[in-house]
Write a protein that binds this ligand. Structure first.
Ligand SMILES: Cc1ncc(COP(=O)(O)O)c(C=O)c1O
Length: 392
C-alpha cells in the first residue's frame, strides 16, 4: 500500500503568524459575566439613526437586492465626491470614489492595489491592528514609528517619520484622528510628509475613518492628508460609514484614489466582495445626503464625553490621560501597571470594568488602556466610579 505523505492542515505560515486580537481576548474573558460595564469595542452604544434605516428598508421593499456596479451605485459615488468636495474645499470626482463593504475592506483593497510581497511599509503607531496586519497578510514588512505622550497630548516626531520613509519604502500608513490615541496629524506636518513621499515616490494611505469626530472647532474635520495633496500625489484615502453615522454593522466604506486607478479597483472589488449590497448603499446615500445635523450632534456629544472622561481620569491617583483631539477613545495608563492584558482582565474581575488593553495596538501601546467613551453618560459615570473605587 502506498503511503500518502502527511500534509499539515494549516494556513500558510504568515497567516498563522498574525496576532490574534487582544481586545477579543479580554472581551472573551468578560463575556457571560453579569454586570460588566463594557467600553472595550470601538462603537457607539446607539443604533443607526432612523432616517438611514428607513432608506435602506425602503430599498429592500423596492426589491433592490441584486448585484450592483463593482465601485458602487452611481448616486452614492457622486454624493460622496460632492460631500468630500464640500468638506475639504478641493474638487473630488465620482471617478475617484470606490464604494467598499466596510472601512477595513477599503484598507485591504487599497493595500492589495499597492503592495507586493517584501515591500516596506511605514506606519504611525500605536494603531488599530488591522492597519498593520493587512500589509503583513500581503507579505509586506511593517516598520513602526511610535507616537509619544508628552505635555498631556499624543505627538508625532515628524523628523523620525521622515527618516523612516526611505527610498525603498512603498507605502506610508497614517490614521488621523487615530485609534486608539485620538492623535490628530497637525496641519503643519502634512506638507512635509507629502513632499517627502512625492520625492521618493512612496504611496500614502490615509485612514480617515474618524475625520468627522474631531474636537475643538465646530464643523471642523481633522487635517487629513487628502486635503493638502496635489492631484499627482500617490495618495489613497480609506473611509467608512461606521463611526460618523453609527453604521458599524452595515459594513460600508469607500476608497478615494486617482481616477486612473478606477478600473483596477473595480477588479479588486470584484474579486473580494464583487460589490456592496445595494440596499446598504441606499442607507449610505441617506447618511451622506441628510446626515450633517446628526454628525455635528454626535461630534459635540463625544467632545463633551471626552472632556468629562479625561477630566475625571486625570483626577485619579497615578493616572496619565493625554487629551485625544478626535475619535471616541481615551487612551490612558495607571502608574505601576505595565501589562495591559493582565490589567484589563484584573479590571473585569475586580472592578466590573471592560476596557481594551493597549498591547492590542502594538508594542507602543503596552501599559496603556483604551476606553471607548461613545456610551451613555450614566454608564460612563458608573465606569469612572468603579475605576476610582478600585484604585482606592
Ligand atoms: C482606524 C480604523 N480604521 C478603519 C476602521 C474600519 O471600520 P469599519 O470596517 O467598521 O468600516 C476602524 C474601525 O474600528 C478603525 O478604528
Amino acid at each position: 500500500m502506498t503511503r500518502i505523505p502527511p500534509h499539515s492542515l494549516t494556513a500558510r505560515a504568515r497567516i498563522q503568524g498574525l496576532a490574534a486580537s487582544k481586545v477579543r481576548e479580554v472581551a472573551n474573558a468578560g463575556f457571560g459575566q453579569e454586570g460588566i460595564l463594557r467600553f472595550w469595542f470601538g462603537e457607539s452604544d446607539q443604533p443607526t439613526p432612523e432616517y438611514i434605516r428607513e432608506a435602506a428598508a425602503q430599498a429592500l421593499r423596492a426589491g433592490r437586492t441584486f448585484y450592483s456596479h463593482n465601485q458602487g451605485i452611481a448616486e452614492l459615488r457622486a454624493a460622496i465626491a460632492s460631500y468630500l468636495t464640500r468638506l475639504h474645499g478641493r474638487p473630488f470626482e465620482p471617478a475617484q470614489i470606490s464604494v467598499t463593504s466596510s472601512g477595513v475592506s477599503a484598507l485591504m483593497i487599497a493595500m492589495q492595489a499597492i503592495l507586493d510581497p517584501g515591500d516596506r511599509v511605514v506606519a504611525v503607531t500605536p494603531v488599530w491592528p488591522n492597519v498593520t496586519e493587512i500589509p503583513r497578510i500581503l507579505g509586506a514588512e511593517v516598520v513602526r514609528v511610535g507616537l509619544e505622550a508628552s505635555g498631556g497630548q499624543w505627538r508625532l516626531d515628524v523628523d523620525r517619520l521622515l527618516k523612516a520613509i526611505t527610498p525603498d519604502t512603498r507605502l506610508v500608513l497614517v490614521n488621523s484622528p487615530g485609534n486608539p490615541t485620538g492623535w490628530a496629524l497637525p496641519a503643519g506636518d502634512r506638507a512635509a510628509i507629502l513632499a517627502h513621499c512625492r520625492r521618493l515616490g512612496a504611496w500614502v494611505l490615509s485612514d480617515d475613518v474618524y475625520e468627522r469626530l474631531v474636537f475643538g472647532r465646530e464643523g471642523a474635520t481633522a487635517p487629513t492628508l487628502l486635503q493638502a495633496a496635489d492631484p499627482e500625489d500617490r495618495l489613497l484615502g480609506a473611509n467608512s460609514f461606521s463611526k460618523a453615522w453609527l453604521m458599524t454593522g452595515w459594513r460600508l466604506g469607500w476608497i478615494v484614489a486617482p481616477a486612473a486607478m478606477g478600473a483596477d479597483f473595480g477588479k479588486l472589488i470584484e474579486y473580494n466582495t464583487s460589490c456592496a449590497p445595494e440596499f446598504v448603499q441606499a442607507g449610505g446615500l441617506a447618511a451622506i445626503e441628510q446626515g450633517e445635523p446628526h454628525v455635528e450632534r454626535l461630534r459635540r456629544d463625544l467632545e463633551a464625553k471626552r472632556d468629562r472622561v479625561i477630566g475625571r481620569l486625570r483626577e485619579l491617583p497615578g493616572v496619565e490621560a493625554p487629551l485625544p483631539q478626535g475619535g471616541m477613545y481615551a487612551f490612558f495608563r495607571i502608574a505601576g501597571h505595565d501589562n495591559s492584558v493582565a490589567l484589563a482582565k484584573q479590571l473585569i474581575a475586580e472592578a466590573r470594568l471592560g476596557l481594551a488593553p493597549g498591547a492590542a495596538f502594538g508594542p507602543e501601546g503596552e501599559g496603556w488602556l483604551r476606553w471607548c467613551f461613545a456610551a451613555e453618560s450614566s454608564a460612563l459615570e458608573e465606569g469612572l466610579a468603579h475605576l476610582e473605587g478600585w484604585l482606592h
